[in-house]
Design a protein around this ligand. Sequence first.
Ligand SMILES: *Cc1c(COP(=O)(O)O)cnc(C)c1O
Length: 349
Amino acid sequence: MKRIDLRSDTVTLPSPSMREAIAQAAVGDDVYGEDPTVNELEAQVAQRLGTPAAIFVCSGTQSNLLALLSHCERGDEYIVGQQAHTYKYEGGGAAVLGSIQPQPLEFSPDGTLDLDRVAEAIKPDDPHFARTRLLCLENTQAGRPLPLAYLAQAREFCERHGLGLHLDGARLCNAAVAQGVPEAEIAKHFHSISLCLSKGLGAPVGSVLCASTEFIGRARRWRKMLGGGMRQAGLLAAAGLFALRNNRDRLAEDHANALALAQELSGIPGLSVDAESPRTNMVFATVDPTLAAPLRAHLAARGMRVGSGSNLRLVTHLDVNPEDVLAFAACVREFLHASVAAGARRLPA
Ligand SMILES: *Cc1c(COP(=O)(O)O)cnc(C)c1O
């Protein structure tokens, strides 16, 4: 039975050819700056994003944390989305480890932060307040690529208000592929950008933080302090290089599979597909709350996995092909048709 796991694009497994690339990697001690494969990965990602420097780290969480620590000092503040990964899903690291105060704001429906509302949230220079230093955006945000015109406005806004601008670009490559632009066209608006290799790109481990040489120097010090200095990390970097070379352009296939999935799931009783879906490689759907747990069990018995709750986020990736999409949708359809029909028969006359 083939497993079909739509919980996230983090679940991809390294292919035999990626494992071969890992086995062949030239390595050295990266804390001494001597791992040629790490150095090559950092140079390639910096070039792709158009920044002077980059640093390879173990996770997106660490990458965002290094960025926040490098932008802000104790008692500073960053403005961020209420549902943003850097605020909600990273253990409060900036506050815990950096004494950096978050100022969360609701995302607009398109995944941006309204700049008028950001302006209102900037604190006056007064001892009562934390010092507002940074605006943090996310791209893609819940699968939505941020409009390019907005990014230019956000940068101009930050220049005007003396703020830094960081991008949590965990899925930056999905945004670039969806918008048909090189990553640098998105990255050029930011002072720092974090990119994940272990999401849709399919590497087992790793993220890269890109910025100026001086900024990356600071981030390197923080990385060591946080225990993130890895030695023969070229084994991991080799997988990242392989992922960028072989799996970046094919993200378009994930987006096409998400479109097919949204179409296959629409019109099934007991399930409603969000009108905006698909958003890049994600489909959002709501299932009747009484049917959510039984549907999950029905799928699990057939080797198919989705996240918990009745609001489903279904994510396509490297290990999901068009046949898997059809098989998954057929399984959902079969179960919900039968359940909704049985429920209707039980309704009082
Ligand atoms: C996955 C993700 C990260 C980083 O997650 P790690 O699991 O720490 O690599 C950061 N931001 C967003 C939006 C993500 O989806």
